[in-house]
Write a protein that binds this ligand. Structure first.
Ligand SMILES: Cc1cc2nc3c(=O)[nH]c(=O)nc-3n(C[C@H](O)[C@H](O)[C@H](O)COP(=O)(O)OP(=O)(O)OC[C@H]3O[C@@H](n4cnc5c(N)ncnc54)[C@H](O)[C@@H]3O)c2cc1C
Ligand SMILES: NC(=O)c1ccc[n+]([C@@H]2O[C@H](COP(=O)([O-])OP(=O)(O)OC[C@H]3O[C@@H](n4cnc5c(N)ncnc54)[C@H](O)[C@@H]3O)[C@@H](O)[C@H]2O)c1
Length: 455
């Protein structure tokens, strides 16, 4: 039996925890079954967002007529794009490995539990007073042979001439945006009426309206059958009314959500319990039902975002190896959807505020008072605030428009430091920067609150 101060199962974001604890002079075992760096760096956020850079340039050329510029795309050097992306992916494992130090022993294999305090990898038994599970998630399996999940895209291989994407969440929309911009004939299949149905309703409505102008989308449609014939899928589509239609596509991608990796862990040998969705249960200090065993990141199934995993793992470090003994409360977890249009959101939606019967004001303001926003010649961008009527606390903020993912950080800063929307109303803005559009949005929200208090 090998003895350590800390065992970590899953070398995604938690590789950094291994490195940090190793630097304290403690003995760490890090177990990773695939590449260090995990989903985000190898097949998720980073490679997909590197492609967004190309998509943005291509879209602005395609849409240059909005600014009275006639232009066309002469050539897209897909080989170079793929090479650059794949070079990044190929570098990830080595870079993460280089970050580790002599106190961290890396095991390449599947880690599983023998008991609450004993983990096995490659037939070797390990024990430690502290064990962290950070095993992330995997994509739900496509129901048809030869169909892809997002894991099959990176590293990029061959660009298909056409792709059919099933799903309506983050991954389906982000990848549809990228493939379409790169010139791949793209069809998005959505089983309901809505795209990004977890967003605030107004946001997802405007997103649907604008995204549908760019992407070929079939709503209320599912795949009845898909047969792969050498190089193409013959697909039978069925709409809600039972109408059948034939469709062919070189690639078929399913992006229908992600599931827990817990099955690989032999948790039946432990006291660790799972929730109804199969994710590992934990208390407010990230501890599972087995004492000394913690879970962080996607493995807990709470947020499934890289910044959330990173935030949790940093907190866990402070909790386990420093003096931070209070729980981490994610009152406000922001996210963005890196599509065109871009979305950013934090906190509750208008619908959630209504369901919870909160004493809140909902205020929606377009960006058009900013000259910089006006210069983009887009009518749809707006910001919606949901604010507590009595305390002026920002309960939710939702944006749709270019650079939303950057713009929302100004709101996040206020929410994190002293959550009162009046700070946004009273601060100085550079004229006529895009963020200036937050000033009327904040003024309107405060006005709306005052109007209601006076009435
Ligand atoms: C296409 C795509 C795009 C994304 N884009 C974004 C984005 O823009 N922004 C964002 O915030 N998030 C994004 N995400 C989500 C983000 O990737 C995850 O939230 C993040 O990777 C979670 O980190 P983690 O360390 O918890 O898990 P992971 O990164 O999944 O790491 C878990 C690791 O554990 C390993 N493992 C699993 N089981 C075992 C076992 N039994 N033994 C040993 N090793 C094991 C896995 O091989 C993996 O390396 C995206 C995801 C995808 C798929
Ligand atoms: N920008 C980002 O932060 C970003 C980007 C990509 C992924 N992610 C993370 O990865 C997670 C997984 O992304 P995702 O898009 O796979 O999941 P998701 O949960 O966001 O969306 C899945 C969608 O697929 C639909 N669906 C489910 N089963 C279906 C079926 N059988 N047929 C048709 N549609 C079906 C659902 O209605 C849902 O809209 C996200 O929840 C997110 O946390 C984040």
């Amino acid at each position: 039996m090998k003895i350590y101060d800390l065992i970590i199962i899953g070398g995604g974001r938690a590789s950094r925890l291994a490195a940090k604890v190793g630097r304290l002079g403690k003995r760490v075992a890090l177990i990773e079954k695939s590449k260090l760096g995990g989903t985000c760096a190898n097949r998720g956020c980073v490679p997909s967002k590197l492609l967004v850079g190309y998509a943005d340039v291509l879209r602005s050329i395609k849409e240059s007529q909005r600014h009275y510029v006639r232009s066309s795309i002469d050539n897209i050097d897909i080989k170079k794009i793929f090479k650059e992306n794949n070079e990044y992916i190929a570098s990830v494992d080595g870079e993460y490995k280089a970050m580790l130090n002599e106190n961290v022993e890396l095991f390449r294999g599947i880690g599983s539990f023998v008991s609450d305090s004993i983990v096995e990898v490659n037939g070797v038994k390990l024990t430690a007073p502290k064990i962290v599970i950070a095993t992330g998630t995997k994509p739900k399996k496509p129901p048809f042979k030869e169909a892809w999940s997002s894991d099959d895209i990176f590293p990029l291989n061959k660009i298909p001439s056409s792709i059919t994407i099933v799903g309506s969440g983050f991954i389906a929309c982000e990848l549809a945006n990228v493939f379409d911009a790169l010139g791949v004939k793209t069809k998005l299949l959505v089983r309901s009426e809505r795209l990004l149905s977890n967003e605030d309703e107004d946001i997802s409505k405007v997103f649907k309206q604008e995204f549908s102008k760019k992407i070929d989308i079939e709503f209320n449609t599912t795949i009845k059958d898909a047969i792969y014939n050498d190089s193409f899928f013959d697909i039978i589509l069925e709409d809600k009314a039972g109408k059948i239609k034939k469709h062919t596509s070189e690639a078929l991608l399913y992006a229908i959500g992600r599931e827990s990796n817990a099955k690989t862990l032999n948790l039946e040998n432990t006291h660790i319990a799972l929730d109804k969705r199969g994710f590992i249960k934990r208390d407010e200090f990230f501890q599972t039902d087995a004492k000394g065993v913690y879970v962080a990141g996607d493995a807990a199934g709470e947020h499934m975002l890289q910044h959330a995993a990173s935030f949790e793992i940093n907190h866990l470090y402070k909790y386990l190896f420093e003096d931070k003994k209070e729980p981490l409360k994610f009152k406000y977890m922001p996210h963005s959807v890196f599509t065109d249009p871009e979305i950013a959101s934090v906190g509750i939606s208008e619908q959630e505020a209504k369901e919870k019967d909160l004493d809140a004001v909902v205020s929606k303001t377009d960006w058009l008072t900013s000259a910089k926003a006006e210069s983009m010649k887009l009518k749809y961008p707006f910001t919606k605030f949901i604010v507590d009527k009595k305390t002026y606390e920002i309960l939710g903020c939702h944006m749709i428009g270019p650079q939303s993912s950057t713009m929302i950080h100004q709101v996040l800063t206020v929410m994190h430091i002293d959550n009162d929307i009046r700070h946004l109303k009273e601060m100085l803005y550079i004229h006529p920067a895009l963020s200036e559009s937050l000033l009327p949005a904040a003024i309107n929200a405060v006005k709306d609150i005052r109007k209601l208090s006076d009435s």
